[in-house]
Design a binder for this molecule. Structure first.
Ligand SMILES: [Zn+2]
Length: 311
């Protein structure tokens, strides 16, 4: 088998492997998205926790300050009750009013911090719900990934083994080019040669659809050496099945053209055909072919020597 033929076998296995793995890859991608979301939510929760703790500490400090001022105010009030003069009383009153303002400021700060804590607590609660929901989604995603992995594991192992065996037959330098193309272009790593017009030697690359010089086709057809498209660099191969189909289609068109002319069939040939069919029904198709061929010959000779020799 030619190098291209061997490579094509590896390529067929790789396409199957990629197809199998693509479903797993999408499940893995979805799972990793859930993990990423969970990590983001966790980071947010951590930040909110930290902020809440800081606010609580600030509120507590403000409350402590307020209580200290309150104690001081109580002592001033006591002193006011025992004031010896009107002047002394007024001095205590001024101090009391100043302390009162300070206390109010501490109270205000404490109130603001506590209110902010409440807002954060409600945000945290919403976040907890999201985290819990995300955990559920992640659980399903992980199950899906595991199920898909299990589904394909045996087949992947089997195909991988087949690939290893086939790859041994491919020369290392060719395999290295192929592996690189597979990585870069995926299922476009190899492209079939499209026959535009066999008679006019018009061929194109099945991958990028660009015109191919006839020598690429000849090299592939005759030697099967590693041949690449000069436009997209894919490794070219000849799809024998589609080539045969194209040739068959051309033959059918030719035959249809001939059939439009009157057929020449001798009486003895018709008699022989009837006899053979009666003899062996199982060989019916083969016999028909044998008999129909000579019937075409005289016409073909008359019409076109080249066509007849091809047929
Ligand atoms: Zn190409």
């Amino acid at each position: 088998m030619s190098v291209t033929g061997k490579l094509l076998k590896v390529f067929e296995i790789d396409k199957q492997l990629r197809g199998l793995r693509s479903r797993l890859t999408s499940a893995e991608k979805f799972l990793s998205e859930q993990d990423k979301d969970l990590a983001n939510l966790s980071a947010k929760r951590e930040a909110l926790d930290k902020q809440t703790k800081q606010l609580l500490a600030d509120a507590h400090n403000a409350e402590m300050e307020s209580q200290a001022v309150e104690a001081k105010m109580a002592s001033i009030r006591e002193k006011m009750d025992n004031a010896q003069s009107n002047k002394e009383y007024k001095a205590f009153l001024t101090e009391l009013n100043t302390r009162k303002l300070t206390k109010e400021q501490h109270d205000e700060v404490a109130k603001e911090k506590r209110a902010h804590v409440e807002t954060l607590k409600s945000q945290l609660s919403e976040l907890e719900t999201k985290v819990s929901e995300r955990h559920q989604v992640r659980k399903v995603a992980a199950g899906d990934r595991d199920a898909r992995n299990a589904e394909i594991a045996d087949r992947v192992a089997e195909l991988s083994k087949q690939r290893d065996v086939l790859a041994v037959d491919v020369p290392a330098d060719v395999l290295s080019i192929y592996d690189r193309m597979l990585e870069q272009r995926g299922e476009e790593a190899m492209g079939s040669v499209e026959i535009e017009d066999h008679k006019r030697h018009e061929y194109s690359c099945g991958s990028c659809m660009m015109h191919l010089p006839v020598d690429r086709y000849v090299t592939l057809k005759v030697k099967g050496d590693l041949t690449r498209c000069s436009s997209c660099q894919c490794i070219l191969f000849i799809d024998e099945a589609s080539e045969t189909a194209a040739q068959d289609a051309a033959k059918t068109a030719k035959a249809e053209k001939k059939a439009s002319k009157p057929r020449v069939t001798s009486a003895s040939q018709t008699k022989g055909l009837a006899k053979d069919v009666a003899k062996d029904v199982a060989r019916d198709m083969a016999v028909k072919k044998k008999i129909e061929k000579p019937a075409m010959k005289p016409l073909a000779k008359k019409k076109d020597e080249a066509v007849a020799s091809e047929a």
